[in-house]
Design a protein around this ligand. Structure first.
Ligand code: FE2
Ligand code: FE2
Length: 301
């Protein structure tokens, strides 16, 4: 499709977050997500004999996005846009460079033990939760990595922030994929990068959608964390204990998009912008809420 611009040169990046050696073990199943909307789960065998399970796409499945990178370059050109607050972006960059969660995502033996104990419908629904979360985080990684690459010459500070946000999302996706390995599964992120359809959004809509995804993502993670801390009997898997620090990454990402949008007042201040913002609020919020409702064990929410 003419509107879809493939993101290129990302294959080597995707491999950086699939370094879990367990994903190569024959007893593991590699999950691939088909771009078809009609096929159900299928199994194929690759050359090494591993089972690969196709996963049906649904309305709730997170999408991959691409945008008009030429327009993005114009929006972040400091010569053309005097609204860009360079001091604010410098401060944000220092914050991202601090890398507060550098040593946060360390696993322990509780993960595998909890996965082995989880059986029946809970196990199935939890695997779906991990798959969707991993795909959503990986989607952010791809978009931010490409923006970091494309804006390097126009606005090196903004470009570096995008690259550091892609670092965070890669870390999140990798941690979730390691969670899948506890269930003898792995998302084939290299395959997803190449095979999945990308949804094109103009920069304005990328700003609305990603700002809301990040901020709602923050509230989603912290709400789950607080609920399970207050009700530890529902703590079925240790990944939730990591959400308190994890959500701060998403909050920082949202703050960055907030600063970006302040530099683009034309996207915020007229009646059309206000209507679009409301539309995106409606379209981003329900899928995320449904995600929590359908994927977190019933009775625990
Ligand atoms: Fe994330
Ligand atoms: Fe994020």
């Amino acid at each position: 499709m003419a509107l879809l611009k493939p993101i290129t040169k990302l294959n080597h990046l995707s491999t950086t977050i699939t370094t879990n050696p367990r994903t190569t073990l024959p007893r593991h199943t590699t999950i691939r997500m088909s771009s078809s909307t009609t096929t159900g789960p299928t199994k194929t065998k690759n050359s090494s004999g591993n089972n690969k399970k196709g996963v049906k796409e649904t309305l709730l499945a997170p999408r991959f996005y691409t945008t008009d990178f030429d327009e993005m370059e114009q929006l972040f050109n400091t010569e053309m846009n005097k609204n860009l607050n360079e001091a604010e972006f410098e401060a944000l960059l220092q914050e991202f460079k601090t890398d507060y969660n550098q040593t946060h995502f360390v696993r322990n033996k509780e993960f595998k033990e909890a996965a082995d104990e989880m059986q029946g419908p809970l196990r199935q629904i939890f695997v779906e939760f991990l798959e969707r979360s991993c795909t959503a985080e990986f989607s952010g990684f791809l978009l931010y990595k490409e923006l970091g690459r494309r804006l390097k010459k126009t606005n090196p500070v903004v470009a570096e922030i995008f690259s550091l946000m892609s670092r965070d999302e890669a870390r999140h996706a990798g941690f979730l994929n390691k969670g899948l390995s506890d269930f003898n599964l792995a998302l084939d992120l290299g395959f997803l990068t190449k095979a999945r359809k990308y949804t094109f959004f103009k920069p304005k809509f990328i700003f609305y959608a990603t700002y809301l995804s990040e901020k709602i993502g923050y509230w989603r993670y912290i709400t789950i964390y607080r609920h399970l801390k207050a009700n530890p009997e529902y703590q079925c898997y240790p990944i939730f204990k990591y959400f308190e620090n994890w959500c701060q990454d998403e909050n920082r990402h949202g703050d960055f998009f907030s600063a970006l949008m302040k530099a683009q007042p034309q996207f915020l201040n007229d009646w059309k912008a206000k209507l679009w913002a409301r539309f995106f609020c409606l379209s981003v919020y329900p899928p995320l809420c449904s995600h929590i409702y359908f994927c977190i064990p019933k009775g625990s929410c």
